[in-house]
Design a protein around this ligand. Structure first.
Ligand code: AKG
Ligand code: FE2
Length: 378
């Protein structure tokens, strides 16, 4: 047996793994639930355990039909990720946001760290800090300098992202295909395979507490109604209330924190692919009820998107869409890549966006090829 030098060399990876091991981090715990009596949204809960059973997909599709056409929001449970693994992600998020700015600011562009004060609001600046992880595919490998805290746990962060995609996003896309009566149940899955280039990302997010004056200056978050950009957004249970949905009746209701669930909302792209039949839901995050206002609100999210090359015209071989007589949303062929660019130009450049909204006469702004974004009532 040859002697090697490896036993005397300390690997930096081993060092950071030791330095940032979970027992040395500040453990995340959920803040207590609110006692406030709020108008809660009534959302269906899909039990994904049923998905693999005979007839399960069909049962779940039936259960989901109304929600995806009329509400745009629902919960899923039993998605095969142990809650300890989810809690570890919350702990990494908490500890990441506690790092000094000098350690956070290395990462760049849409992915990586975004400091508070960047998001567009009708009044005031935002209190939100974000870290986006692009997909763990070769296009993004080595593109960002992550802080050591995250590097120490990168394989688990990747595993978690891949599980969200495989255990939740793909099964939901098959359920949508069943609802749309597509001849190929894999139709949408084929536009969302993990390994091909797309701008999916997982996200750590924190809403910092605001003073009463800051909330008043920000109009209590009531101007922040928006739809998300992609296919579906997954949002882990967060007990600090704040998320609201705009219903078909024009009223806002609050999304409650159901234990063991992920909240799912449909977003713009799946709506484009179905000419608006699948509903991209309008939502916003407002000031938490008074008994929760002093808490940080930590978010764990996944934003699913189709491949960049996907053309966003309505699917042609769906009897459901044919019967509904849906129309394209754009006046020419638009790819996902173009749509992402157009929407992010508005999201990441508050000055450009504010100017365009100010110039708008009817509360809408043309985003791309005849498709208009609109502001939602407070
Ligand atoms: O934090 C939440 O509850 C929702 C966040 C959200 O709507 C978004 O990031 O698009
Ligand atoms: Fe959103």
């Amino acid at each position: 047996m040859s002697t090697t030098v490896t036993e005397t060399v300390t690997s930096p990876t081993v060092d950071i793994k030791e330095k940032y091991s979970y027992d040395k981090l500040n453990a995340y715990t959920h803040p207590p639930e609110t006692e406030a009596d709020l108008p809660w949204s009534e959302l269906v809960t899909l039990d994904l355990e049923d998905y693999g059973r005979p007839g399960g997909k069909e049962r779940l599709a039936k259960q989901l039909e109304h929600a995806v056409h009329h509400v745009g929001f629902f919960y899923v449970k039993n998605f095969g990720i142990p809650h300890e693994e989810v809690d570890r992600q919350f702990t990494l998020a908490k500890n990441f946001f506690q790092l000094p700015v000098s350690e956070k600011e290395n990462a760049a562009d849409y992915n990586g760290w975004r400091r508070p004060g960047r998001r567009i609001m009708s009044k005031g600046i935002d209190n939100v800090e974000i870290f986006n992880f692009p997909k763990f595919t070769p296009e993004f490998a080595g593109k960002y300098n992550y802080p050591d805290l995250l590097n120490a746990h990168m394989s688990e962060i990747e595993k978690f992202q891949r599980e969200l995609h495989a255990n939740i996003v793909l099964p939901l896309l098959r359920l949508f295909a069943i609802i749309l009566e597509l001849p190929d149940e894999e139709y949408l899955v084929k536009q969302h395979t993990f390994d091909e280039k797309s701008e999916d990302h997982s996200r750590y997010m924190i809403y910092h507490p605001r003073t009463e004056q800051e909330w008043a200056d920000a109009n209590y978050g009531k101007g922040g109604g928006h739809t998300d950009l992609g296919t579906v957004t997954l949002l882990f249970r967060q007990p600090v209330a704040g998320l609201q949905i705009l219903g078909e009746d024009g009223n806002w209701t609050w999304v409650s924190a159901q234990p063991g669930t992920v909240t799912v909302n449909l977003a713009d792209t799946i709506s484009h692919l179905t000419g608006g039949w699948l509903k991209s839901s309008v939502h916003r995050v407002v000031a938490p009820p008074e008994d929760q206002r002093s808490f940080e609100r930590t978010g764990l999210l996944y934003f699913a998107r189709p491949h960049n090359k996907t053309v966003l015209t309505p699917i042609t071989d769906s009897p459901v869409l044919q019967k509904a007589g849906v129309h394209p949303r754009f006046d020419r062929e638009v790819t996902m890549e173009e749509f992402v660019r157009a929407k992010q130009t508005m999201q990441l450049n508050p000055d450009i966006a504010a100017k365009r909204w100010a110039e708008s006469k009817d509360g809408t702004v043309e985003l791309l090829a005849g498709f208009r974004d609109k502001k939602y009532k407070e």
